[in-house]
Ligand binder design. Structure first.
Ligand SMILES: Cc1ncc(COP(=O)(O)O)c(C=O)c1O
Length: 387
């Protein structure tokens, strides 16, 4: 018998992870790392957060599997708690299992609600790799070989106000955007741009879909990044942190949109299962009781300031930017070598875009950890000059 190989579609980081707790992971040799990769930003509430673990174990002992055709108590409890962190204008939530799946659902909702097909997306966007999500993901590297994708999807320059005015019209079903582009390079949307997307979509009757899979659930210093822009999207997408490590995503809809969606327009075997509900319920409780957004804001400000100070004279650094605990260091070249060096120093981080070193730490990161990370990044990037 031959043993199967795992299909490696992500870069092999060369270590075997064995154990994790809060903001740290350990490899199989017992080496400890500060985790600013967090499984692509999932473990924002900390690895194996005790409150979330308890909720999951408790649910596991009672009811693990159920279709959403049946009512289950944990779903009602989850809805009650989640309502505390979602503005009143969202009347419905639908749970799915991944960010891409939530994007697919949002795009379907836009078609059904508006009876139109055209979707506007932005340069450097990332919304996932399933066919619909890929159709509104900009990077040609992900798209190559998979065309034709969805028709009537139009890319507009990110932060280009005029581009929005010109491209969003009466044929537009939706505009989809990230407020801080994650995979695309930690690019922050300007207020004028977001205001124009809101104004123009409302004017033509298109839906504004905000993808907060990476920015949502406290990471940027508010529960939702859109709250810092003073606008409400029509469709809000969440993922990653919302399940505290359990695979779950969510789409939030206002009453006028949700009420139009009839039974059968979508379905999901696993979506909204009791374990996912237990995870989201407990994750939301942590978000509230530990004032996670405030901590992300304070620690993020410190991280950004220290990084900017430390890297200001490092020649290979173009810019340090970010919001809350979503931080990017733009380099003059590809960051793989720097990431490897950082890993050897005991800090895990990840790439964004072609040249950005991205940090997505858990909110539990301490000020001591921040000092350690900043020094390690400083050393790694200074070394890249000479090596
Ligand atoms: C903003 C955004 N949307 C969608 C996705 C896709 O999520 P998933 O990988 O869970 O399908 C990601 C993943 O990184 C993301 O950052």
């Amino acid at each position: 018998m031959t043993t199967l190989n795992y299909l490696m579609l992500y870069e092999d980081r060369g270590i075997e992870l064995e154990y994790a707790e809060a903001q740290y992971v350990w490899d199989s040799s017992g080496r400890k790392y500060l985790d600013m990769h967090t499984g692509h930003g999932v473990a924002f509430l900390g690895h194996r957060n005790p409150h979330i673990l308890k909720s999951l174990k408790n649910q596991l002992d009672k009811l693990m599997v159920s279709s959403t055709s049946f009512r289950v108590r944990v779903r009602d409890e989850m809805l009650e708690v989640l309502s505390k962190v979602v503005p009143n204008r969202y009347a419905y939530v639908y749970l799915l299992n991944s960010g891409s799946e939530a994007v697919e659902f949002a795009l379907k909702v836009a078609r059904i609600f508006t009876n139109r097909k055209k979707v506007i997306y932005f340069t450097n966007s990332f919304h996932g790799r399933t066919f619909g999500a890929l159709s509104v993901t900009y990077n040609q590297r992900y798209r190559k070989g998979f065309e034709p994708l969805l028709p009537e999807t139009v890319a507009v320059k990110f932060n280009d106000v005029d581009g929005v005015v010109k491209s969003v019209d009466e044929l537009t079903a939706a505009v989809i955007l990230e407020l801080i582009q994650g995979e695309g390079g930690v690019n922050v949307a300007t207020k004028e741009f977001v205001d124009e997307v809101r104004r123009r979509t409302a004017e033509v009757g298109a839906l504004m879909i905000v993808d907060e899979v990476q920015t949502g659930f406290g990471r940027t210093g508010s529960v939702w990044a859109f709250q810092q822009y003073g606008v409400y999207p029509d469709v809000l997408i969440a993922g990653k942190a919302i399940g505290g490590g359990f695979p779950v995503s969510a789409v939030f809809l206002p009453l006028d949109v949700g009420i139009k969606l009839e039974s059968g327009i979508h379905g999901t075997t696993y979506g909204g299962n009791p374990m996912a509900c237990a995870a989201v319920k407990a994750a939301t409780e942590v978000l509230i009781s530990d004032d996670v957004p405030l901590k992300a804001r304070e620690k993020g400000e410190k991280l950004l300031k220290l990084l900017k100070d430390r890297l200001k004279d490092v020649k290979i650094v173009r810019e340090v930017r970010g919001v809350g605990l979503m931080v990017g260091v733009e380099l003059r070249f590809e960051p793989s070598k720097a990431l490897k060096d950082l890993q050897n120093k005991g800090v895990l981080a990840l790439k964004a875009g072609a040249t950005v070193l991205r940090l997505l730490p858990p909110y539990l990161i301490t000020y001591e950890d921040i000092d350690y990370a900043v020094n390690s990044i400083g050393e790694s990037l200074s070394k890249q000059l000479t090596s």
